[in-house]
Design a protein around this ligand. Structure first.
Ligand code: BG6
Length: 474
């Protein structure tokens, strides 16, 4: 393979809670994202009720719920072939445990998918992207509770039936491995002070893994052509030094993430997990039926996000945020305004690492640069850094394809500015389309095309044979 195949899915990716707004419209219930206020410490306050004095960015987001038709028209102008988006679970099942779906929620996604299809854009759907209905946390303790498997399966059954002729590519859980670093968003659990954290996280993870497998099984019965993927945050971990202890420790930390795709793609718990469980005093409840489900319900492809790499040293605290793990500073890499190292070669590295491990198709479903944008006096946004980031990463994808990696597509994160998941900010912008709104939700909401928009269009229409962005710096 010399370069990008003709069928390569160039696209963009968003999540319902970061784009739609309309958080209580047409019967929608609250989701975990809806109780997170703006600010870098949004996960610390973990209050499951709304504070009238606080600002919750997901409530209005960029109002995609009402403006999706014009937004899709703008996105279509770049020639994208697919849009990855999520269905807000709590629009379909407001509390998560109902037995009848909310028709108004289903209708909304009918219109959304129809509009995309009219523009020749294929919807790629994340079934659960940090949007578990809040009532499932309050009433069941979130994914700690095996009862959620049944609720999730019911939800999947409904959306697979409903959209079987409109959607082909699905992903079961966004960044399932973030159960460790972002347990509230990724696994809908609040870890109490006196709880054994790893026990809770792995039991919740087990339930999600079984739910993911059930989704695969149900999906294939409804439409054998469906492609169901798992989705992980897979920004790589490099050893901070060549000291063997650092190398092995980085390797083990990487396995903490790959554990999830090992189960989802291979259908069984990996052998290394037995020792890990014993040494960390984890006792999971796993039934024989669960093991059969995992074996039967493997995923067809691996979707992953890639933003940066991190450096790990043995014994250092393991911390992370939405971009992946946080490590030591890498002196060889520049950083974004939010301190995320920029490492295009890391993307080629990860593509090769994952393909070597699984030999399954990969889908890069998130990559992008979060940066502040300046609207110049003429009303233009000349976002050179974003274009450079895009160019450098696409060049590395090209190399990975030449290396023999099988890639389904590439969806840039946030092709239109959306609310940040990590901080709730608007000013951390990823888009090729600007949305005039600030961190407190003030602003007209007007959309402005950035120069990178034309650059991404050139990449897509030329299938990455024209990579020069000079013409767009003016
Ligand atoms: C990923 C999430 O972790 O990172 C997205 O899947 C998120 O929802 C993205 O938006 C970028 O992170 P942030 O914090 O810059 O929005």
């Amino acid at each position: 393979m010399e370069s990008f195949p003709e069928c390569f899915l160039w696209g963009g990716a968003i999540a319902a809670n970061q784009a739609e707004g309309a958080y209580d419209v047409a019967g929608k219930g609250l989701s975990v994202a809806d109780v997170l206020p703006v600010g870098a410490d949004r996960f610390k306050q973990m209050d499951l009720t709304l504070d009238p004095a606080a600002y919750y960015p997901s409530h209005d987001a960029i109002d995609f719920y009402h403006q999706f038709k014009s937004d899709i028209e703008l996105l279509a102008g770049m020639g994208i072939k697919c849009l990855r988006l999520s269905i807000a679970w709590s629009r379909i099942f407001p509390n998560g445990d109902e037995t009848t779906a909310n028709e108004a929620g289903l209708k909304f996604y009918d219109q959304l998918f129809d509009t995309l299809i009219q523009h020749h854009i294929q919807p790629v759907v994340t079934i659960s992207h940090f949007e578990t209905p809040l009532a499932l946390v309050k009433n069941y303790g979130g994914w700690k509770n095996a009862a959620l498997i049944t609720f999730y399966e019911r939800y999947c059954q409904v959306i697979f039936e409903r959209y079987k002729d409109k959607v082909n590519y699905w992903m079961t859980f966004n960044e399932i491995n973030h159960a460790h670093t972002l347990p509230f968003l990724a696994a809908a659990v609040v870890v109490q002070e006196d709880e054994q954290k790893l026990q809770t996280i792995y039991q919740a993870s087990h339930h999600m893994l079984v739910a993911s497998a059930r989704a695969c099984i149900v999906a294939r019965k409804i439409n054998p052509k469906f492609q169901i993927g798992c989705m992980l945050s897979l920004s790589p971990v490099y050893p901070a030094t060549c000291k063997p202890e650092d190398v092995f420790s980085a390797y083990e930390l990487r396995r903490r993430s790959l554990f999830y795709s090992d189960v989802q793609l291979r259908g069984a718990y990996p052998r290394y997990f037995e020792r890990w469980q014993a040494e960390n005093h984890i006792q999971l409840t796993i039934t024989d039926a669960d093991r059969r489900t995992l074996q039967e319900g493997t995923c067809d492809y691996l979707g992953f996000s890639y933003y940066r790499s991190s450096l790990h040293e043995q014994g250092m605290p393991i911390l992370g945020n939405t971009g992946g793990l946080l490590g030591k500073k890498n002196p060889y890499l520049k950083e974004t305004q939010w301190g995320w190292p920029i490492d295009p070669l890391g993307l080629r590295y990860v593509c090769n690492e994952l393909y070597d491990r699984y030999q399954k198709p990969l889908f890069i479903v998130e990559n992008g640069l979060g940066a502040e944008d300046v609207v110049d006096p003429q009303g233009h946004i000349v976002d050179v850094e974003r274009m450079a980031y895009l160019k450098d990463h696409v060049e590395m994808i090209k190399e990975a394809i030449k290396d023999g990696v099988e890639l389904i597509g590439y969806t840039w994160w946030g092709p239109i500015d959306i609310v940040s998941a990590g901080t709730g900010e608007m000013k951390k912008r990823y888009g090729f389309i600007y949305v005039e709104k600030d961190n407190q939700g003030h602003g007209s909401g007007k959309r402005i095309i950035k120069n990178s928009y034309y650059y991404y269009r050139q990449i897509i229409t030329s299938n990455a044979t024209q990579m020069d962005y000079e013409p767009f710096i003016r």
